[in-house]
Design a protein around this ligand. Structure first.
Ligand code: SAM
Length: 283
């Protein structure tokens, strides 16, 4: 028997027009839709005149529910996975089911569609070859500050999801731990009060200070490394070579970290300088 396929179907993150024709067809054709919250999703499906059976699939029961869905696929039934908004398995449940389906050797087909991270980054105007998406930061301040600490030397923009309840605290902690940075938020994407706000951590903080509604995507830029000329790097290396006992490896690591530049570039220069080290005069 031909096995069924698990379709991963993105749904709108605000504007109902942001569902694709393919998504609507698949949602109509499958035997069953696995949804994070069936009551929430029923409204969406009713809006589009889709009567397919919905079965709940929420985080706490993911592993347990996945077994049943794999069985249905093995019986030849096609299934769709949806979340409350956007793309399933992106800061939403789904990965456990996808993994279980893969492990059973059954087909998974992802449909492209709405996701807050891509819409926000595309509107950020941040010039970067890539970004690091980390989803929701920890909710408690201590854990959040530890999480931010790991990003101090990160050299790509970091994209975070946050709720209106915690956005101010997140910006406060970011400013405290990371210092002033270029930053951007997208709020209420695709909705009538959509707001795109480029600025710095301080100006974003000022903007949300009196309270704001809606869901946020926050993007924090890396620090711009101070231009280190070859000459000043050489001077620093020479100083370490002649005045400290630090090894070539350790000095390269330290200076690369301090200056935010490539470790291999510093190591290369350090090796040359260490090789040409003048013999120490005998006392
Ligand atoms: N799976 C979704 C996706 O593909 O984007 C994300 C789900 S996650 C539970 C919800 C978070 O996504 C929100 O707290 C917010 O950070 C972000 N988000 C969702 N919709 C948004 C919107 N319309 N505008 C801005 N951020 C949004």
């Amino acid at each position: 028997m031909k096995p069924g396929t698990l379709y991963i179907v993105p749904t709108p993150i605000g504007n109902l027009e942001d569902i694709t024709l393919r998504a609507l067809r698949i949602l109509k054709e499958v035997a069953l839709i696995a949804a994070e919250d069936t009551r929430h999703s029923r409204k969406l499906l009713t809006h589009f005149g889709i009567g397919t059976r919905l079965v709940s699939y929420y985080r706490e029961k993911e592993a347990e529910k996945a077994i049943g869905f794999v069985k249905l696929l093995q019986e030849g039934k096609d299934l769709a996975l949806i979340s409350d908004a956007g793309t399933p398995a992106i800061s939403d449940p789904g990965a456990i089911l996808v993994r279980a389906v893969q492990e059973a050797g059954l087909p998974v087909v992802p449909l492209p569609g709405a996701s807050a991270v891509t819409s926000a980054f595309s509107a950020s105007g941040i010039l970067s070859a890539g970004y690091t998406f980390l989803g929701f930061p920890p909710a408690k301040s201590g854990a959040r500050q530890k999480f931010l600490q790991k990003l101090v030397h990160h050299d790509l923009p970091v994209v975070l999801y946050e709720s209106p309840r915690r956005i101010e605290a997140l910006l406060e902690d970011s400013l405290k731990v990371l210092g002033e940075r270029d930053a951007f938020f997208a709020r209420e994407l695709s909705k009538s009060h959509e707001e795109l706000f480029p600025g710095t951590l301080s100006t974003l903080l000022e903007r949300v200070h009196d309270g704001v509604r809606g869901e946020f995507v926050l993007i924090i830029c890396p620090t711009v490394p101070e231009e280190v000329s070859g000459e000043s790097l050489e001077e620093l290396l020479l100083w370490h070579r002649d005045n400290s006992e630090i090894s070539v490896k350790d000095v390269s690591k330290k200076l690369a970290g301090d200056l935010g530049i490539s470790k291999s570039k510093v190591y290369q220069m350090a090796l040359e300088l260490w090789q040409n080290r003048p013999e120490k005069e005998n006392p």
